[in-house]
Design a binder for this molecule. Structure first.
Ligand code: FE2
Ligand code: FE2
Length: 379
């Protein structure tokens, strides 16, 4: 059943890309979509092996040519934190506290669903707990992807300053995996499997041979999604340990997106021809649509609500909910100005972004103009 539903669900994505003439994007996505949506590897395997086909690049001259990246590297070394010492893990967290909810009802995408509204206070608290666990589980899986992507781009990027910076990101992402995993296991005691669509995107950028696409997909788009999600959650929770750890993580992620924008911008300005640039443009647009429409908590739905409503009904509640609208807003506020900055919002694709409701974000500030504090406070 899942398999059929997933196939049907991937229909609009594939049809959409085909009707827009994005055949190259389609081709690069077919393998990942098959492994993610049909085989559901991230859910049916306890370990997934991915064959990678990119090239590492050694630099024997060690020239320091990129002062902005060098500054970012210095900032990263000065901002390291230790999750075991700098966070107070002794605080007790009751994720089902009915008096002090770990996230408010307004955070729940199904807050308006009558079946949810009918639940008693204890059951609502349990559902809030599960939704939070679903979200943090996706953060954890995304962080594992970010850890590997950071390793890959560190090897592949051509400039020494970018490699040095990348080495700090590897440590950052390792710490994020550690932190989210610990919070999930010690405080929430619940871990969900990876969302199929998150798997597709991670698989696509891990297995692609083009290093700049890894930067584009991970550093700019998924990290943009993550910054949006972390900011959204931090605004909604009063749980002090979670707020503190999100503050630390957001500060790191701010550097990562900045790094992605600097590296990709330089590469696109100096080394890409027009056809290659258009390919990236199409890819970024299709991934934007995936991010907009496809993170619908199906793993939580299947466990808790599949008996009560169809998946189509669920999707409608999710897509129309205020909480999701807020989340999409924070996310695209972080992504679209960066796409513009790196030159992927040309006249050719602007109408598509406009039709998808995403062009309204284009005049926001790109990563180089944002401080960590801006991101923490969601400015
Ligand atoms: Fe991270
Ligand atoms: Fe990151």
């Amino acid at each position: 059943m899942n398999l059929l539903e997933n196939l049907a669900q991937s229909g609009p994505l594939l049809r959409g890309a085909a009707s827009r003439g994005n055949f190259r994007v389609l081709r690069s996505m077919l393998g990942p979509a098959f492994r993610g949506l049909v085989q559901q590897r991230g859910r049916h395997e306890s370990r997934t092996q991915m064959a990678l086909g990119y090239s590492a690049l050694f630099d024997w001259q060690y020239r320091r040519t990129e002062p902005q990246l060098a500054r970012l590297y210095e900032a990263a070394k000065a901002s390291q934190w230790n999750a075991t010492q700098d966070l107070d893990w002794s605080v007790s967290v009751d994720p089902e506290d009915t008096d002090r909810p770990i996230v408010p009802d307004s955070f729940m995408p199904i807050a308006k669903y009558p079946g949810y509204q009918r639940l008693d206070a204890r059951e609502k608290a349990r559902q809030r707990h599960l939704v939070l666990a679903w979200m943090l589980s996706q953060f954890l899986h995304g962080e594992q992807g970010a850890l590997f992507a950071a390793c890959q781009v560190t090897e592949a990027v051509p400039w020494l300053d970018a490699k040095l910076y990348g080495s700090t990101q590897v440590v950052d992402e390792g710490r994020h995996v550690e932190t989210f995993h610990r919070y999930l296991t010690e405080k929430l005691e619940k871990l969900y499997e990876i969302n199929d669509n998150l798997y597709v995107i991670i698989d696509a950028l891990m297995s692609d041979a083009r290093w700049d696409l890894k930067f584009l997909g991970m550093q700019i788009m998924i990290e943009g999604l993550a910054l949006g999600a972390f900011g959204h959650l931090r605004q909604h929770t009063q749980e002090p340990l979670l707020r503190k750890l999100l503050t630390y993580v957001i500060t790191d992620e701010a550097r990562h997106v900045h790094y992605g924008v600097l590296a990709v911008q330089k590469f696109y300005e100096t080394e890409l021809n027009e056809r290659e640039r258009r390919e990236r443009e199409d890819w970024a647009f299709e991934v934007s649509l995936l991010l907009r429409d496809r993170f619908l908590a199906h793993e939580y739905y299947e466990e808790q609500w599949a008996h009560a409503m169809s998946r189509a009904e669920w999707d409608r509640y999710m897509l129309e909910s205020e909480s999701m609208a807020l989340f999409r807003n924070t996310m695209f506020k972080r992504i679209v100005p960066n796409l513009k900055r790196i030159g992927l919002l040309s006249e050719r694709v602007r109408p598509r972004y406009d039709a998808a409701g995403l062009l309204q974000y284009e005049d926001g500030r790109a990563a180089p103009e944002l401080t960590a504090q801006d991101l923490i406070e969601d400015r």
